[in-house]
Design a protein around this ligand. Structure first.
Ligand code: CO8
Length: 258
């Protein structure tokens, strides 16, 4: 795999993607988003990978969509090429857990990309915001939808309408991020969580992601039925037999993802 805008490596069962456009504070241009889509496809297809970390630099996770690229786009280019034909939301559809490890700026599309992930671990220097309003824009990577679902309508509107940045501590207080850690230990913390998740039964992990993400879009009753269906499916796996047997035999389960 060879990429121009991201760095990709694996550590055991964990795939690590580093956004790498330092000259533009990791602004999300089309080429970067295409590469991100491709690497998520690759990791998803690889049974040896069980969890993914998405990170940036110390200065920026991502400072938003690339304003240089965006400034002269026509309606057709934005609507058709960016939203209809592109997989801009690929990270949110990953069937393996994705952890955003965020240091520095996570603004606009950068904040939205972090919210597409299943967990956000923030360095204490992280800054979150949706400054699109200052450009005469609105969020386009579902920020106006994910943010209120995460932090509530009032707090979301405050961020969306003022465009102000908030600190990692404030982001944690309002429920935007899972955890705040010293900047120097950001990747250590993300790796620890990733390796914990990678040790869990892969099919159960996938169905929990599906039950939570899919269920949030349904009525409670439908979501409960959906969970019951997934429970039935997961009950047919070898891993379920192994997990229950290992418990009764007082040993650690060895999950195979089957
Ligand atoms: N796009 C392109 N280039 C950028 C971006 C960006 N979003 N952010 C920073 N850069 C560039 C700067 O232009 C600068 O380049 P150069 O050195 O060539 O002048 C370089 O990165 C360093 O930036 P600064 O000198 O500005 O660094 P500072 O530390 O002074 O400031 C900030 C850092 C506060 C992050 C500042 O750069 C900033 O405000 N950036 C823009 C943030 C922003 O408005 N983001 C929202 C963009 S819109 C969006 O994300 C919409 C999402 C949905 C898109 C849907 C697409 C179809």
């Amino acid at each position: 795999m060879s990429y121009q805008n991201i760095l990709v490596r694996t550590e055991g069962a964990v795939g690590i993607v580093t956004l790498n456009r330092p000259q533009a504070l990791n602004a999300l241009n089309t080429a970067l988003m295409d590469e991100l889509t491709e690497v998520i496809d690759t990791f998803e297809a690889d049974p040896a990978i069980r969890c993914v970390i998405l990170t940036g630099s110390e200065k920026a996770f991502a400072a938003g969509a690339d304003i240089t690229e965006m400034k002269s786009k026509t309606f057709a280019e934005v609507y058709k090429e960016d939203f209809i034909t592109k997989n801009w939301e690929r990270v949110s559809r990953a069937r393996k857990p994705v952890i955003a490890a965020v240091a520095g700026f996570a603004l606009g599309g950068g904040c939205e990309l972090a919210m597409m992930c299943d967990f956000i671990i923030a360095a204490d220097n992280a800054k979150f915001g949706q400054p699109e309003i200052n450009l005469g824009l609105i969020p386009g990577y579902a920020g106006s939808q994910r943010l209120p679902r995460l932090v509530g309508r009032g707090r979301a509107l405050e961020m969306l309408l003022t465009g102000a940045q908030i600190t990692a501590e404030e982001a944690h207080r309002i429920g935007l991020v899972n955890k705040v850690v010293p900047a120097a230990s950001l990747l250590t913390e993300a790796r620890a969580l990733a390796h914990t998740l990678a040790g869990k039964a892969p099919v159960a992990v996938r169905y929990i992601l599906e039950a939570v993400s899919g269920g949030l879009e349904m009525s409670f009753a439908d979501a409960q039925d959906y969970e019951a269906t997934l429970f039935g499916l997961v009950s047919t796996t070898d891993d379920m037999r192994e997990g229950t047997r290992a418990f009764l035999e007082k040993r650690k389960a060895a999950f195979q993802g089957r």
